[in-house]
Design a protein around this ligand. Sequence first.
Ligand code: ACM
Length: 268
Amino acid sequence: MRVGYLQFDPVFGRREENLERLGRIARERARGVNLLVLPELAPTGYLFLSREEALSYGELFPGGPTERFLERLARELGASIVIGFAERSGERLFNSCALMRPDGSSSVYRKAHLFLDEKDWFDQGDTPFEPVRAEGTDIGLLICFDWYFPEVARVLAIGGAKILAHPSNLVLPHCPEAMRTRCLENRVFAVTANRTGSENRGGRSFSFIGQSQVVGPDGKVLARAPSNGVDVGIVEIDPADAERKDPTGRNDWMKDRRTDLFGKLLDR
Ligand code: ACM
């Protein structure tokens, strides 16, 4: 199975242009991929000025421009594709990602852990941490800052995820290295697709760190993009490698967990 990331630098608010560019890069550089992950909020950019502005970019899924773009691209490439976008549902707005399969069926995950001012723009996600089926395997969806909460990757792995698909707009420096631990402690693959460039709006400035990557269940970085610029990284993997949960020959990743000592884990 071939999995990969597409890293690029969207221009804020230019949805049509950004999608057009993503499609062009994917057609030129990602042929033959089975699972391609694109960044968080890739069609619109990140730095909204208000909830009203964010709502104005919200789109239905299915039924919006990102769904139409994804459906066509997934069919053309014969691949499953994951992208982050602003999802409108009635008066609610989510920082969501969708996985589109080549047959036109799709799954949506809504970001559970909102970062910084995302708390002003979006509603908290309400989709459970349950893997979705695609390309004959189980894929766990999480978005950017969700990485900071190790329970997300753990619950997805307990649910059977072999690959974490992780659209991102990373600004803090820690995630690329930390995802190696998420992979190691859960014995899963992860594809993090980050963006690059910066946005300056309303007197504020955000710079995004790139370094999109594919990591293996042993924590090894199998591909990593530079901090700047467009990059596509594709790696051949065997998802069955994520079924081997015993790093020593005497341990059982599931049975050895001391859940009898975990009392406070679910305290509010
Ligand atoms: C982030 O969650 N976009 C940092």
